[in-house]
Ligand binder design. Structure first.
Ligand code: DGL
Length: 258
């Protein structure tokens, strides 16, 4: 099993920001990435539907021989990670909004937590709020992932939407912004443009990849030393070849810019 790939999934392109981090930090592993592009967005759906779709995606990755699964989607993790861990024996690693590291940063002011409606309303995030949420302000960001899916990482559409979403909070000091959806690291520059220079924008990608490394080690599943690694296979629920081409382009963007 050690030579088998790690599976990663997201509703679409967002999890590619986690994949890029994994290629950097765990370069001897090979990866299969599944984007459920036919069913975006997850963040506005009923949790039962997100659970059904996530289970389908995980089954697809298991059928491709994956030895561990990273749910590279905050929304799907909130809904499905615990349930799937109970159902399956392989390691399932999730991602959550990086509120804890943001809360532990020095400084004063609000912590804006940008995420999907589903992520923000479920018990997993509520538990995080109870522990680290003293200065946290949840900001549901409907419509933002679609900008990334459409390749709009800057420009008028993104600027107008971000202005609507962030304006209510900009007249108070901001300590940090949590990028609590794996699509949002692709919008880091567009978001930073609304904030005082130097405001930290925190995502959960590095923490998630550290957890993947720990789980592989614990289970004796790390890639064998002779494996070169770094191979990526893209799968999508959209049949058209352009979707796979877009995934490859996003991975280049993530490797070069994030
Ligand atoms: N990338 C996903 C996340 O981290 C969700 C985007 C969506 O499908 O709404 O939450």
């Amino acid at each position: 099993m050690t030579g088998h790939p790690v599976g990663m999934l997201d509703s679409g392109l967002g999890g590619i920001s986690v994949l890029a981090q994994a290629l950097r930090d765990l370069p001897r592993e090979n990866y299969v990435y599944f984007g459920d592009t036919a069913h975006i967005p997850y963040g506005d759906k009923e949790p039962q539907e997100v659970l059904r779709l996530t289970r389908q995606g995980v089954d697809k990755l298991i059928a491709h021989g994956c030895k561990a699964i990273v749910i590279a989607c905050n929304t799907a993790t909130s809904v499905a990670a615990q349930q799937l861990r109970e159902e399956l024996s392989l390691p399932i690693i999730g991602i959550e909004p990086a509120l804890k590291p943001a809360a532990l940063l020095p400084g004063e002011g609000q912590i804006l937590v940008l995420a999907t409606q589903v992520t923000l309303k479920l018990p997993k995030f509520q538990a995080l709020m109870e522990r680290y949420g003293d200065h946290a302000v949840p900001v549901p960001c409907s419509g933002l992932m679609e900008c990334v899916e459409d390749g709009q990482l800057e420009g008028e559409r993104v600027h107008t939407l971000l202005s609507e979403l962030l304006s209510p909070y900009l007249n108070q000091p901001i300590k940090a912004v949590v990028l609590g959806c794996t699509h949002y690291p692709f919008l880091r520059n567009a978001i930073a443009a609304f904030l005082p220079a130097g405001t930290p924008l925190v995502d959960g990608n590095a923490g998630t990849v550290r957890q993947l490394g720990r789980r592989l080690e614990e289970e004796g599943l790390e890639a064998p030393p002779e494996q070169e690694g770094g191979q990526v296979t893209f799968l999508s629920s959209c049949e058209d070849p352009q979707t796979i081409a877009r995934m490859q382009t996003m991975l280049q963007t993530a490797m070069n810019e994030l």
